[in-house]
Design a protein around this ligand. Sequence first.
Ligand SMILES: *Cc1c(COP(=O)(O)O)cnc(C)c1O
Length: 361
Amino acid sequence: MSRAWNFSAGPAALAEAVLKRAQAEMLDWNGSGASVMELSHRGKRFMELAAATERRLRRLLDIPSNYKVLFLQGGATQHFAQIPMNLAPEGGTADYIVTGIFSKKAASEAAFHVDARVAATSESTDFLTLPPRPAWRLNPQASYVHYTPNETIRGLEFHEIPDVGDVPLVADMSSNILGAPLDVSRFGMIYAGAQKNIGPSGLVLMIVRDDLLARPPRPIAKILRYAEQAANDSMLNTPNTWGWYLAGLTFEWIEQEGGLAAMAERNARKSAMVYDTIDGSNGFYRNDVERAARSRMNASFVLHDGALDSMFLAESEAAGFIGLKGHKAVGGMRASLYNAVSPAAVEALVQFMRDFAARHG
Ligand SMILES: *Cc1c(COP(=O)(O)O)cnc(C)c1O
């Protein structure tokens, strides 16, 4: 059996060391005589794992003490709806920066619970650019400003944190969290589905500033309230213990690899390899995203002749690559280059791309 070169957008590759460790511990975790999946989340062993996992994440991201870390469920999408319920009063307003399919969906799901105003959008360029900051029409009365630092589908990334004044900034970092060092203090809230850069699907990581948790609650079910989750160690009900455990293994792996600075360096190198191959292909491959906003996590590209798409996919699969098909909404190809994708995998990919272009150019 051999492992494929995995470029899936999500659920995505996990570090091989993490998978091997989980495999080795599958039947008997931590001397418990059971798999971590078979143990109470309220037992001493799991409570210790939860605490250690949070400590590790706090170290990695240097999370200030006035932020809580939550391990939730529901995927990022559920939180598109839950965030306005928690952060905005009944009849309140929030600003949304719409730069792709996920931020657009975040705004439309939020609109059931808040006056979700689109303060800036790049939809007119088909989400190939970022709306220039001076053109944003921010409302100082907004309860928060929501944006998506990395739009996974096009591969469009903010390389700087936008300044939005005193209104709390809320970021969906599902596809770029832990890809580079981050100044958490610039945000009111950060949240991420785990299945791209953290672990398996079914887990959502949230980092939220205390003053946002202290906002007066709406009359919503307790299970939907972040402040209640924070007060109960994210254990209002049975959490995704397996996902939590794998997240912890991933955080440990990142530390062993040299932390977020090392991840950033590797990710810059990996994405440069792919973009250099595209740009050096004499038009055989093309990436139409505004240069300054190219994503380090998701490199999308089209072939000069769409009739070659199915051949590219078939040949790449035969050569041991998976997950290269672009999102159905935009077509083409996409190589997702999350932390767990090794430089060796990217080296193999760009070699394949050059060979393919030479054979079909
Ligand atoms: C994948 C992704 C989502 C959707 O996550 P789910 O966990 O499937 O709800 C949302 N936002 C971004 C930026 C993503 O990459």
